[in-house]
Design a protein around this ligand. Structure first.
Ligand code: PEP
Length: 271
């Protein structure tokens, strides 16, 4: 097989939005470092050069696999971007069990998920803390993927946009406007995560449109036009294309379907 030219595999921006699409694999607390290496090697061989030109692909393993994947990507010139699933809001100190943004930056991490609903729900992270984490990530030259989403009860009682606005507010009010261009927002309805019940494309387009309107009002149209919006929640190879075709959506945050190389490769190719 001819070796692939790594430098050629730079994703092209979407011709209409001019934003670079981003498909992110959130492995959550799954796979040890040996399994992680095996998965990315298989995935790389299943993907074609054009898949890497369509979208940037970030892989977010547990912390214990970051160094192994960093070395694998470099050694085999795999054009994946390394991602993390969380970061502390402090750079160092007496915070047992935490991992800081400077540590992640040193490992070549490009994107850090902050405020995933599992972290908000299971570990009590507040939107203010999420904003501090996002700022800490960006201060180290990485990009935060800021997760927001409503519960099924909040959706049923028509509070979706209000909840999403409240979750984003600390970010929008504490970030310098220019720096907001670098953020990614992942809209992940909580009821759709890991449930097998994805949101409908119509709903995602409607919520995505409301988020774009909110961003335009709060930070101006030039900055809002740079912010990328992902959808996450039970994305699989059968529905990924529909979400990626939506005007408001620039990418996907994928949990379960990213844990198997064949399935994730199929999903990326389907887009
Ligand atoms: C997620 O973990 O962010 C997610 C969207 O999970 P799943 O794709 O499994 O619903």
């Amino acid at each position: 097989m001819m070796s692939r030219k790594y430098d050629d595999l730079v994703p092209s921006p979407d011709p209409v939005s001019h934003r670079v699409r981003l498909i992110s694999a959130n492995w959550k607390m799954n796979l040890n470092h040996l399994e992680a290496i095996a998965l990315v090697q298989k995935l790389y061989h299943l993907l074609r050069p054009e898949d890497f030109r369509y979208a940037e692909i970030s892989i977010h393993p547990p912390f214990t696999s970051l160094r192994s994947l960093q070395l694998s990507f470099e050694a085999d010139r795999m054009p994946f971007t390394l991602g993390a699933q969380n970061a502390a809001d402090e750079p160092s100190g007496a915070f047992t069990g935490e991992v800081s943004a400077p540590m992640l930056a040193k490992l070549g991490v490009g994107y850090v998920i902050v405020g995933h609903s599992e972290r908000r729900r299971l570990f009590g992270e507040t939107s203010e803390e999420v904003a501090r984490k996002a700022i800490a990530v960006q201060a180290m030259g990485m990009r935060p993927i800021i997760c927001i989403g409503e519960t099924s009860e909040q959706r049923r009682t028509d509070q979706t946009v209000q909840v999403l606005t409240e979750q984003l507010d600390p970010v929008l009010s504490t970030y310098p406007v220019k720096a907001l261009e670098g953020i990614v927002i992942a809209y992940e309805p909580i009821w759709a995560i890991g449930s097998g019940e994805s949101a409908s494309p119509e709903l995602v387009e409607e919520v995505g449109g409301s988020l774009r309107q909110l961003l335009t009002e709060r930070v101006g149209s030039a900055t809002a036009a740079q912010i990328r919006l992902q959808y996450g929640g039970s994305v699989h190879p059968g529905n990924a294309h529909e979400f990626m075709s939506l005007e408001a959506i620039d990418g996907l945050l994928v949990g379960g379907a990213s844990l198997d190389a064949d399935t994730f490769a199929l999903l990326v190719k389907s887009c």
